[in-house]
Design a protein around this ligand. Structure first.
Ligand SMILES: Cc1cc2nc3c(=O)[nH]c(=O)nc-3n(C[C@H](O)[C@H](O)[C@H](O)COP(=O)(O)OP(=O)(O)OC[C@H]3O[C@@H](n4cnc5c(N)ncnc54)[C@H](O)[C@@H]3O)c2cc1C
Length: 623
């Protein structure tokens, strides 16, 4: 049989022709393997010839899955200095705001809330490049067999705050009623399989999958690996012993001291007896997961027992079905009550539609302008004397200009350094030392998850191929008419894809990951996902053709802040480079976004935003 027939038959077996929720591709057959073409076809060509963004789901977020083709194009114009080389003729909107916030993620929204809390007369505008607010805290929505299902695009869970903390007061200020978080109860057969509330916390027993990298053909699942003390794992006995000793040893109780910032996580883990080979085989990304890379390049100060995503939080993690989109929606409802229809309840804020027309009305104190990519921010005249900042942005292919008395840059290091045109070189140099790692979140809507149940798990981890882990989750009952869950329930399996290549520098790992994200067509990723799930789960009854109801890809080129050694406390006797951005505004421009904290979390996004707003209110906006 000719090779192409083999390929077609394999595709048919994987269900590549099934009428699921995706988008079909005119030119995808011409593209073949994205990886194979990397040498001859540029990412730009693939994006231009293929429907790269893919299906975006239904509902408010349908046109905003990750960084879409349009968002990336607008961003790359900034990176390529298109506006500096040939300054466009911009239409002056004639508007003057007290404060413009660049970036409508959690940080930008929280910045604006603080401005309003301290002075409700201030006129604020948020400029956000995506078709909806939320940044990394957005959702995907599917309709599966008549049921509306949601899943996170990125930022996922939050911790139950301790009484009296900043976080608890903040949740109160946006009316986030935590008592409403009751989760689906079990309605499946006995025995019950534990299900997490977040795809990132897969409860025990979970599974570890070992494939051809470990000499397993076919691959094998080791279920409940810690109760079994890794018995049956196809790892050398010495490696197994090392891992068990490390897990049971003092590493988890090691104090977090500034000294740790002078070394990588890997060096720190090795000081507890792990070999480099074990770390790169078994613990990558491991504790680096919440920072987007592995221990080989991250600062040990990030913590070797897992990310500190919800600093200041108590015991339990909670999650909206679409992740921290729920926090973003509560923030928007607080800033512009008409933006989400219905009463002030968690259920209505979460389920009702966004009224996009209410976001940007003249006369409102807070306005949110979506689909607007800021391309230039600059003081009018000498920064220390200037009264205004000029802000240039693109929207629907046109260029606009407006004025602000103050600006908060909450979009993130990778864009801020390009768009603040009069940024002093020391600030620019500081931003050049920030690293953001790519990540892709694949949401796979399933008609049932019997194949996981049969294995006795609701999620698992693996060490090769596409992605690092995936899990299904129980939903809060306010979000769905499905009040119970069992293996026959429709669910979304959320899979995290990181791009760790231990041994390369942090920058090389990130650049290669971004190139892969850009250069791989939707169809190629769909094929890989189906292939991998078939390899891992067909033994327990999974049929890609029958069970997959939809796929949404959320590609984030600059997802996680990834702090290198020296990020937190400086290096070689010099202060931390981020201090210059946090200690004081530059003229009328202050800096926010979670990446300044080095701890990617909605809490730090809020803290950094509120610090920036305070600095301007006590400085440029005083009086
Ligand atoms: C996969 C993933 C999972 C995560 N999980 C969690 C979790 O479970 N819990 C948790 O607390 N945190 C989590 N995080 C961390 C997350 O970064 C923060 O929670 C938070 O969402 C960051 O908010 P932010 O506003 O600082 O940045 P962002 O969410 O990145 O928002 C910045 C916004 O500004 C926009 N922007 C940038 N440049 C411009 C420009 N020039 N013009 C206009 N707009 C611009 C961006 O497109 C974006 O929409 C996760 C992150 C990722 C990537």
């Amino acid at each position: 049989m000719p090779k192409s027939n083999h390929t077609n038959q394999a595709d048919l077996a994987l269900g590549m022709n099934q009428p699921i929720h995706r988008r079909d591709f005119m030119n995808s057959m011409m593209l073949g393997s994205g990886a194979a073409l990397l040498g001859s076809t540029t990412p730009r060509q693939i994006m231009a010839t293929d429907n790269w963004t893919g299906y975006g789901g239904v509902g408010d977020y349908a046109r905003s899955n990750g960084n879409t083709f349009e968002v990336i194009n607008a961003g790359h114009q900034i990176r390529d200095r298109v506006f500096e080389k040939a300054p466009p003729k911009a239409t002056d909107t004639g508007e003057v705001f007290d404060c413009v916030v660049v970036g409508g993620g959690i940080s930008g929204l929280a910045t604006t809330l603080l401005f309003q809390q301290r002075n409700s007369k201030l006129k604020c505008l948020i400029l956000e490049n995506h078709p909806i607010f939320g940044g990394e805290a957005k959702r995907n929505e599917f309709i599966v067999d008549g049921h509306r299902l949601m899943a996170p695009q990125g930022s996922d869970h939050f911790g139950l705050p301790r009484p009296g903390t900043f976080t608890e007061k903040f949740y109160d200020s946006i009316g986030l009623d935590l008592s409403k978080f009751q989760y689906q109860t079990w309605s499946g057969p006995t025995p019950e399989v534990p299900i997490g509330r977040s795809f990132e916390f897969i409860p025990s027993p979970y599974g570890l999958y070992f494939g051809s990298r470990f000499g397993q053909k076919p691959g094998m699942w080791l279920i409940d690996p810690w109760s079994k003390k890794l018995e049956g794992a196809p790892l050398p006995a010495a490696m197994r012993a090392e891992i068990l000793k490390y897990r049971e040893g003092p590493a988890s109780r090691a104090p977090k001291t500034p000294q740790l910032d002078s070394m990588t996580m890997e060096a720190h883990m090795m000081s507890f007896g792990l070999s480099q080979e074990t770390i790169r085989t078994f613990f990558t990304p491991g504790p680096g997961d919440g920072y987007g890379l592995g221990p080989d390049v991250l600062s040990a100060y990030c913590g070797i027992t897992g990310g500190s995503m919800n600093r200041g939080s108590g015991q339990n993690s909670l999650s909206f079905p679409g992740g921290n989109d729920g926090i973003g929606r509560h923030l928007v409802k607080t800033l512009i009550p008409d933006a989400i229809q219905g009463p002030w309840t968690v259920e209505s804020i979460y389920k009702n539609k966004v009224d996009f027309s209410a976001l940007d009305q003249p006369g409102q104190t807070v306005r949110i302008r979506l689909g607007s990519t800021v391309a230039g921010v600059e003081h009018e005249g000498e920064p220390s004397q200037s009264k205004f900042v000029s802000v240039m942005y693109t929207r629907n292919g046109r260029v606009y200009r407006l004025k602000a008395r103050a600006v908060v840059m909450a979009g993130g290091s990778w864009t801020t350094k390009h768009i603040v045109l009069d940024l002093p070189s020391a600030h620019r140099e500081s931003y050049n030392q920030f690293h953001r790692s790519p990540c892709m979140i694949a949401n796979i809507a399933l008609r049932n998850w019997r194949f996981l149940y049969k294995l006795g798990i609701s999620g698992g981890f693996w060490f090769e191929g596409l992605g690092v882990f995936a899990g299904v989750r129980a939903l809060p009952t306010f979000s769905t008419e499905l009040k119970t869950i069992g293996p026959d329930s429709p669910v979304v399996l959320t899979q995290k894809v990181l791009f760790c290549r231990p041994g390369l520098t942090m920058e090389e790992q990130q650049n290669r990951g971004r190139t892969e994200i850009l250069a791989t067509s939707f169809r190629e990723y769909e094929r890989k996902l189906r292939d991998q799930m078939t390899e891992m789960f067909s033994g327990s009854g999974f049929d890609a053709k029958r069970d997959i109801a939809g796929i949404i890809l959320n590609r984030w080129g600059h997802a996680y802040a990834s702090p290198q050694p020296g990020f937190f406390f400086g290096k070689d006797g010099k202060p931390a480079f981020r201090d210059i951005l946090r200690n004081a505004p530059f003229g009328r421009i202050a800096f926010a976004n979670t990446d300044l904290s080095g701890d990617p979390s909605h809490v730090t996004a809020i803290e950094e935003g509120q610090r920036a707003a305070d600095q301007l209110l006590d400085g440029a906006l005083k009086g």
